[in-house]
Design a protein around this ligand. Structure first.
Ligand SMILES: Nc1ncnc2c1ncn2[C@@H]1O[C@H](COP(=O)(O)OP(=O)(O)O)[C@@H](O)[C@H]1O
Ligand SMILES: [Mg+2]
Length: 213
């Protein structure tokens, strides 16, 4: 990967969460995910067709992991790839607008063959934010692919985007050519935490037993 970054320094590969790969995703822990569907997405055909992907689900189920793992595959295939958190994206767009350089910013963000917008709906968006977001989505529509992750259902997207009309204009374009991966399951973070607590309890018990002897 380091080699790729050096060869294509402008691609911000470091912005991807490099530790997340498809190989270390435990599909058996998340049976609602169809492994073959994810493998199909990893062929990158969706990128060639300018299609989108949306990962939906509660926190900790692997949305960011899978989105960035697909980003890593795209980068390996030499597709220009950029990962950004939705909140920072909106902040950047607002700043560009404020500094009268929105067209350049939209042009730059519109060029990535793959843009990953993580965590849609974690923080509320005001009407200006929603408008700027729409402009970016409209610009990329049917040309280049975007991967989204969200902990909100599509019907809740109306609330995220402050205005129902903007929300439906966004959803229309996002979903027109799109694979939706709806993840229903337990949080992997909680699983790790539970295992850690179990281990800790085991150590306490052992020490206690040793103390008794
Ligand atoms: N099925 C899984 N196999 C391996 N690691 C996982 C799995 N699901 C989640 N993780 C790991 O758990 C943590 C939380 O996952 P993440 O993708 O950030 O969740 P989300 O974005 O859905 O909140 C990350 O460190 C991720 O690598
Ligand atoms: Mg996440």
């Amino acid at each position: 990967m380091a080699e790729l970054t050096m060869e294509r320094p402008r691609e911000n590969l470091e912005s991807l969460k490099m530790k997340n790969t498809l190989e270390d995703f435990d599909f058996s822990f998340q049976p609602s995910i169809d492994k073959r569907q994810i493998e199909g997405l990893a062929t990158m055909r969706f990128l060639e067709n300018g299609e989108n992907i949306v990962f939906l689900g509660p926190p900790g189920v692997g949305k960011t992991h899978l989105a960035s793992a697909l980003g890593m595959v795209a980068a390996r295939h030499r597709f220009s790839t950029y990962y950004i958190n939705c909140h920072s994206l909106i902040e950047q767009l607002k700043k560009a607008h404020f500094e009268n350089r929105l067209p350049d910013k939209l042009k730059a963000l519109g060029k990535y063959k793959l843009l990953i917008i993580d965590e849609i709906g974690y923080l509320p968006m005001d009407i200006q934010g929603a408008n700027l977001f729409f402009q970016l989505i409209a610009r990329r529509y049917e040309k280049v692919s975007t991967v989204f992750t969200s902990n909100k259902t599509f019907s809740q997207w109306n609330e995220i985007f402050a205005d129902v009309t903007i929300a439906s204009a966004i959803l229309d374009r996002v979903l027109h050519h799109c694979t939706v991966v709806n993840i229903k399951g337990e949080s992997y973070r909680l699983k790790e935490r539970k295992e850690y607590m179990k281990q800790k309890q085991h150590i306490v018990n052992t020490l206690f037993e040793q103390g008794q002897n």
